[in-house]
Ligand binder design. Sequence first.
Ligand code: 9GP
Length: 842
Amino acid sequence: IPARSRGALRVSAVAEAERTATSSSPAPTGDITNKLKYLFGKEAAETPKDAYHGTAWSVRERLIDSFDKTHEHWKKEDPKFIYYLSAEFLMGRSLTNTVYNLGLEGEYADALRQLGYDMEKVADAERDAALGNGGLGRLAACFLDSIATLDLPGWGYGIRYKYGMFKQVLKNGYQAEQPDIWLTSGNPWEIRRDGLRFEVGFGGRVERKKDGNKEVTVWTPSEKVWAQAYDNPIPGFSTPTTSNLRLWDAQPISEFDLGAFNAGDYDRAMLDRERAEAISAVLYPNDSTPEGKELRLKQQYFFVCASLQDVLSRFKATHGTKFELLPDKACFQLNDTHPTIAVAELMRLLVDVEGLDWDAAWTITTKCLNYTNHTVMPEALEKWPVKVMAKMLPRHMEIIEVINEGWTKWLGGHLKELKAEERAKRISAMSIIHENPWNKEEMLVNMAYLAVVGSSAVNGVAAIHSNIVKDEILNDFYQIFPSKFQNKTNGVTPRRWLAWCNPELASLITETLGSNEWINDTEKLSALRAHASDPTFQKKWAAVKHAKKEKLAALIKKIHGDSVNTNALFDIQIKRIHEYKRQYLNVLSIIWRYKQLKKMTPEQRKKAVPRVCLIGGKAASAYDMAKRIIRLVTAVGDVINKDPETKDLLSLYFLPDYNVTLAETIIPAAELSQHISTAGTEASGTSNMKFQMNGCLIIGTWDGANIEIAEETGVDNVFVFGVRADEINQLRKERKNFKTDPRWDEIMKDIEGGMFGDKDYFKPLVDSVNNMKVGNDWFLVANDFAAYLDAQEEVDKVYKDQSEWLRRSIMYTAGSGKFSSDRTIREYAEDIWHVKPSRPAA
Ligand code: 9GP
């Protein structure tokens, strides 16, 4: 990072001077080499990896100082805390973020330079902490950054997975999954809290016993593990606050069965350890088998149980057993349905362990919990078979039954005006425990319903999605509790996703706006609008984009060995691979573009807009159709990237192992990004916001946060196409009358005919969209195809007018103020959590 950019990004020279003056930390150069010598046994940093280790362990100490001060302050002040419970935290790398957030980048960059290293290269040696799958987990990470930056007393709680999200590799163009072994070289960003562990039980039996006159319930689990705490300090930006992400690692209660070992039964000797460690081994074990399902439920309960015990033990240390004060001191956000077992667990802890009566415990529980819904996809709205729940968590199953009895009884009273038959129907539709519609023999616990009944507030993550939650998914509940339902449009941290990943653009913005205050107050970006049509400013803007495209081109060269045309439009779609996200639609249009180019004369080709198309994302390991889509991308790429006639005008690459770090290189370089889900299916999307911040134009459907982005950017600046959410149901019913576009028919024949090879493998993909009958082409790819091609033509037209393109690009960044996660978190803090900032002294 050039010195000029660093200066332009700094919080303020005064703040930094103050920090350095009060810091007792040793000079970084010596400290880095000391860390290498005493922790790694190395005399000097021989590789960027060495330099990374020395730097990270040195920065860690500064981070811990800040962490300790913050937590001493909070202990003294005893403010209300928000606890963000999430099965996923997609943190990415920490070094750059930490030094920038702590204002140490100058010091450490200089120190590394003295050691002969460049900060960016050193940062590159870090592995991503990929403890998440996609948007949900990355959102949780952005939220932690904002919680700390806004000085809000708050922690994240989750699982310290030994293996994060799998590493995706391509084998002959097909996705293959490899374990992500991310902890082998140690993790400087965590602190193992020795002695801070809680017991978590599973299975066993439940009994009623007499305790004096009182009947008490005693759960004796058949299996127990320790949840061991690891803290991951989260530095805020431009503040002394450093918050925390506490992750739990599962460990055996008894280390090792020496008796079994001595008897020669080595497998049994290790059994407890293996069973325990399996709980925090992998993110999202494949749950297509009953064992996989049990393991997932175990994981969810494991981290929820440890987190609640932890919070209650801190609460008791200050307030004893005055649990009626708990809602004034703690609130919990349930990130999707994964932590919903918290409803039953908090009841169990309050009633069975602390001896509160049921009603008092229920009032406290519902005041403390809140639930965010992140998806309309039925597969992600979890429903656990009663059988599995009863086996794994017998006491919780009982508690859920009692909650459901109380709830349905209350509902009966509330709906007493209705006729008996109608009332019974409504109650049955809203029961937390219900029949499996596909298998009448099986009863299910509906976790979303449990979350709604057990929470104070329920929210969706973009305006359209929150309306769908109210009007469709949870409409019955909305009718009963309208005031419970809210919207909190997602946001992303402008630190990682603009300032730190695109320092060149950040410097230009700071220079133009006269200060870097926009980093913490993104509404200030709107002042860029005044410069959007200024040719001198446009030139500088374009130069930054071009430099970023060069960097991405170098990465493509490294991965695929090909040089791409950096004067081409960089057109990008990066997200999990899913039918509803419609990467398929993108590929079909690329095929069409290729066919058109092939038909053109050399003269006509000169007028064509060249494009480099990039697609990246992981397909869940058991998601067959998504894997076929990846193969289609690579197969089409194989054909067109090798065609000498067109390859400078069109290329298509699949970027394997899409993760946070890759996104940090891709997003600043993007000129067009695709957010083309079927309207009504993408809850929000958050990469759309990251692209927008980096001045990337969007082609998208009227879906998720695209709508609000378009409103903020100016609808005319966005390439919007396709059917609207309110038309979808009708269109699905009318499938068989749908007349496909002739261009569509041609492409389907090409794929079926083997133009890209592998025709048998692609057949199910073609069949899934091409048979016009009810239930097929569920995501309406065929319906939107023609409109999408038109929108793509419009993209080309605007790209030819570079001054208009650049004007739009600037308008995107200028309109991105709303999508800072600081805004989102402020709204949660004010409307749901009622948590106030509490900043430690610097
Ligand atoms: O699919 C949604 C995505 O649209 C949203 O931006 C993100 C954060 O709210 O959550 C995703 N949901 C999940 O990953 C699973 O519910």
